[in-house]
Design a protein around this ligand. Sequence first.
Ligand code: PGA
Length: 244
Amino acid sequence: MGGGVRVDVLSEAEWAAAVASDLAERVRQQPSLRLCLPTGDTPSPVYEALAAIANRGEVSLAQATVMLLDEYVGLEPEDPARLDGRLCRELIDRIDPAPTFHPVPIDDLQPQAAARRHGDLAAEGLDLTLLGLGGNGHVGLNEPGSNAASPTRVVELTPESQRAAVERYGARRPPTAGITLGLDAILASQEVWLLVTGAGKAEILARALTGPEGADCPASFLRRHPRLRVIADEPAASGLANQR
Ligand code: PGA
């Protein structure tokens, strides 16, 4: 495992509240934090807990900036699987005052131009990027085949990711493509937190952290980051030896 990797393992019961509490503390330290946030079943409970902390007045995200990690191409703005809509429902619209939010501008621009615009925004600097871990080792929509230099771009979706959009996230039809922050921009973020929960992710997490670095598991490139923090619950960490 790379020298910059810190692995925190928490019980299932405390995981979401602990991540939200650390995130709130990070915002207190740096109110104008520039964050990149994912969507998915992993971060969902973190957002619920963070919104509760903000709504109790214990932190304000008013000066923070949030950019979305990735987005589907080819879904209507109202499609329930749209990632911008999901992050707004789960976090942005639930806190007042809300942070400045930058979705991927796919309704205003052609996909290539939208990807360029989003990449330019990331290049202005990210303080902290949160990531989920795909069952196939993807981070964002950096699917297998991506490497550490992969830029922010339009990507073809694997059949697995297309199916997930429909079956897990309720898309009315399969998305035609995706736009993702590239691994280059993720690795350029000042800090990265990889969030992983559930026994179903144990094998791929062990692969990402202890197997050879390689494009078959894009998350493995995260070990190059000097400040990578993996925050896993006990079931997800069950394939890692001595990580407590
Ligand atoms: P999940 O997705 O959090 O819904 O499991 C993770 C991912 O595919 O990036």
